[in-house]
Design a binder for this molecule. Structure first.
Ligand SMILES: Cc1ncc(COP(=O)(O)O)c(C=O)c1O
Length: 435
């Protein structure tokens, strides 16, 4: 394979190079940075585009945080309004968080009728695990073998999908989400793996407090999970006395286009849900959604207080996101765009023996690169295509065990008119990254 990357680092300004050096000297050289060999400095953003310090405008087909569009005026107005009016923490009575909580909880099944506000997905997952421990009296956690749920110490003990020095906790067991494209693993083998993990947790005296999972298994590379797996997994966890926690940080808020929540697309109902990233369109905002039967006993025994969460400004940001999704029909738009995207990607990958087809659901798509000779995952070609896409003016990313799956997860505002631009860039990128 020869990667064509026409990036001309000399083109980047001296200001850009200085900023990189200054960043390294204050944050250190190992702080993650996309396009690390030639980082993109973003100076402004609007809608579904960002502008770089190189003067180029890029189409954003990667970022889910600016869910309703970068710098959306209604979100900015809502935050500014609340910041200018009152922005006290949750121990005073204010109306904005309550209005928002009511609107948000209306989007869930009636069993999920309470919420905690947090500032991030990590905080929310940490709290959900704590709630599960409290509720079940067990400590064991089941986690997929290539996943990421956040950066707190409790979450590091169950992180399998990024580099880290800490070992998995003694109370943690992993399972592999099956992919129906990989025929060597049957549904019954996959569920037997879950049985074995549960039995091991029980033998170790941990029991099962929860399975924590992303309904789309995004970090894992968007496997095509066979019918019956989610039902089987959830039933086993519940039979062991544990809870099912759906981490909707990536899959929520209409990402799948057909459904508001990823768990609906994956056809299961979690006992608790965790929200983050797109929730505040860039304003730090996360949440745990849980039944009163879990929240109330926990809150009676524990004072959970979080200074910056539940503020009027955070709630206003979240509420504005829901209102814009509605007023701009963003899920309908996502349905239209994702249909066009999928059709276009399928045509482009057809007959290309480096790619195993198009994965994912709605506005979360993945394409896996393999070595055509051996079928082995090919992260380096995937990287070359991500770089070529950037050169062709479109931002995408990578996921998967070997970072071999292209990750296309644009703001939900990405419209049908944007799709052909991204497809054209993809066609040129595939062409430029030769076998
Ligand atoms: C599925 C999932 N859960 C949780 C998190 C953590 O969220 P945050 O970075 O807001 O703490 C992430 C972040 O990438 C994530 O992808």
């Amino acid at each position: 394979m020869t990667a064509t990357n026409s990036s001309d680092t000399t083109r980047r300004s001296s200001g850009h190079r200085d900023l990189l050096a200054r960043r390294e000297s204050v944050l250190g050289p190992n702080t993650p940075l996309f396009y690390s060999e030639d980082p993109l400095q973003i100076v402004s953003a609007t809608g579904v585009t960002v502008t770089g310090s190189d003067g180029r405008t890029y189409l954003d087909a990667y970022n889910n945080v600016p869910h309703v569009g970068h710098c959306h005026p209604r979100v900015i107005e809502a935050i500014t309004r609340e910041m200018s009016r009152v922005n006290v923490h949750s121990r005073y009575l204010t109306d904005t968080p309550i209005d928002y909580a009511e609107a948000l909880l209306d989007l869930f099944p009636s069993s999920l009728d309470r919420m905690f506000f947090t500032n991030s997905g990590s905080e929310a997952n940490d709290l959900a695990l704590r709630l599960a421990r409290f509720q079940t009296g067990h400590t064991g956690v089941l986690i997929s073998d290539h996943s990421y749920h956040g950066n707190t110490q409790a979450l590091m003990s169950l992180t399998t999908g990024i580099k880290m020095s800490e070992p998995l906790g003694d109370h943690v067991r992993t399972f592999r989400a099956p992919d129906s494209r990989v025929t060597s693993t049957s549904l019954s083998d996959s569920l037997a793996q879950v049985d074995a993990a549960i039995a091991d947790l029980e033998r170790g005296g941990h029991g099962v407090s929860a399975v924590l999972l992303d309904p789309l298994f995004s970090t894992e590379g968007l496997p095509d999970v066979p019918d019956g797996y989610m039902d089987g997994l959830c039933a086993r966890v519940r039979a062991a006395g544990g809870l099912v926690i759906g981490d909707e940080v990536q899959s929520g808020f209409g990402r799948t286009a057909e459904h508001v929540w990823g768990f609906q697309a994956a056809a299961f109902v979690p006992d608790m849900v965790v929200l983050g990233k797109p929730m505040g369109n860039g304003f730090p905002l996360g949440a745990v959604i849980a039944p009163a039967g879990i929240v109330e006993p926990f809150s009676a025994a524990n004072t959970y207080f979080n200074t910056f969460a539940t503020t009027p400004a955070a709630a206003a940001a979240g509420h504005a996101v829901l209102q814009v999704m509605d007023s701009e029909s963003l899920m309908e738009r996502a349905r239209e765009s994702s249909t066009l995207f999928r059709k276009g990607f399928e045509e482009l990958v057809h007959g290309d023996d480096r790619l195993t087809g198009v994965r994912g659901t709605g506005m979360f798509m993945g394409m896996q690169f393999v070595d055509p000779a051996t079928g082995a995952p090919d992260g380096s070609t995937a990287k070359a295509v991500v770089d070529a896409m950037r050169e062709n003016g479109v931002l995408i990313g990578r996921v998967g065990r070997h970072d071999e799956v292209l990750k296309i997860r644009p703001p939900l505002a990405f419209g049908p008119a944007d799709v052909p631009i991204a497809l054209d860039a993809f066609e040129r990128s595939l062409e430029s990254v030769k076998h």
